[in-house]
Write a protein that binds this ligand. Structure first.
Ligand code: ACO
Length: 330
């Protein structure tokens, strides 16, 4: 039995919002955004395009690369903090859109750590129930533009929209090692208030007041998050490397969640990983939340930059707080 990644896909909407555009919307400058975050532009979906539509485009690309039909999928696991609706799940909506009629479907919330959580859960299901689950479609997809307060300069410059997908296959006739070498996911609910969308759930149902107070938008304590983010990335990566016995020199690529270039640089430095082996595309997309790591993985894969058996370390942190690292064998 061998569980491997057999397809990747990603999608970002065509419309590009540049720092120069944001200069006209809020009191900010290209210089501030670039020097504080590394972001130059981000892709923004149309108002009528929901997260499931972004996910569909990424899913179709991953399925095509995998060389399978949507009916062969046994599972759809989507990480998203911006579902089309609270219910039905975005996974069920996606199932209908791509015709994956045989797949069990669920959404999972771990904010920017979403893809790592989604991979961990889907991989565990394939491993535990090999006869039930052979093919899984695992996605991270977010339309953060739908929950950004476009008048708040401290958050609106950071985020973009996108989706990414991978197809996992459990090959029962093969005894190669699985794609997961080691992984670690964690959470600290005590920091839940540092990054949240306070209203719209059962705690604060939507009302005129919640809309007036922008409580359906992202609220973030950036400075506090910054410190916790570096620690979360570094500690989870170190644990995964120690437990697996793989050294930093053996890693072909590190793919960190693309939240802030300064966070990425600080983490890489503390992990002693040379910058040439840290994949960064934040300048083009900003922070696409659950989609970010999978977009990087897809770019590396389609760019021919991954060789068989390369070790790739993916790592993220996000609202919750949540964090995680997964060491992948390509
Ligand atoms: N343009 C110009 N000035 C700005 C802007 C802006 N867009 N935003 C904030 N400022 C101002 C502030 O008002 C402040 O001014 P003051 O000193 O007069 O009060 C000054 O710039 C410095 O603000 P800080 O918040 O201290 O700036 P900092 O260097 O910490 O950078 C940032 C802010 C980029 C948000 C950083 O803290 C960060 O990246 N934190 C991590 C956040 C993160 O990654 N969140 C996503 C988590 S992932 C998920 O789950 C969605």
């Amino acid at each position: 039995m061998s569980i491997r990644i057999i397809g990747t896909g990603s999608y970002t909407p065509d419309r590009i919002l540049r720092n120069s555009d944001l200069e006209k919307m809020v009191d900010t400058t290209d210089e501030w955004i670039t020097s504080r975050t590394g972001i130059k532009e981000r892709h923004i979906a149309d108002k009528d395009t929901p997260t499931s539509e972004l996910a569909k485009q990424a899913a179709l690309r991953a399925i095509e690369m995998a060389g399978i039909q949507p009916e062969q999928l046994d599972l759809i696991s989507i990480a998203t903090a911006t579902p089309d609706t609270i219910f039905p799940s975005t996974a069920c909506v996606l199932q209908r859109k791509i015709g994956a009629v045989n797949a069990a479907c669920y959404d999972l919330v771990a904010a920017c750590t979403g893809l790592i959580y989604s991979l961990e859960v889907a991989y565990s299901l394939l491993k535990a129930f090999p006869r039930k689950y052979r093919y899984a479609l695992v996605l991270g997809a977010d339309k953060l533009s739908s929950i950004v307060n476009w008048e708040d300069r401290s958050t609106c410059v950071l985020f973009g929209d996108g989706a990414s997908a991978v197809v996992l296959y459990n090959n029962m006739e093969n005894d190669q090692p699985d794609f997961v070498v080691e992984s670690k996911i964690g959470a600290a609910g005590i920091y839940a208030d540092l990054l949240s969308m306070p209203a719209g759930g059962s705690a604060k149902p939507a009302s005129h007041e919640t809309v007036d107070q922008h409580l359906h938008c992202i609220q973030m304590s950036g400075k506090e998050l910054f410190k916790l983010a570096v620690a979360g990335l570094v500690d989870s990566c170190k644990e995964v490397l120690t437990v697996s016995g793989i050294s930093a020199e053996e890693i072909a690529w590190v793919i960190p969640h693309q939240a802030n270039m300064r966070i990425i640089s600080a983490a890489a430095q503390r992990l002693d990983i040379p910058v040439e082996r840290v994949y960064v595309n934040i300048e083009k997309y900003g922070n696409t939340s659950a989609a970010s790591i999978g977009i990087c993985l897809d770019e590396l894969c389609r760019g021919g930059k991954l060789k068989k058996d390369d070790c790739v370390l993916i790592t993220a942190f996000g609202g919750g707080l949540t964090w995680g690292a997964m060491l992948i064998r390509w």
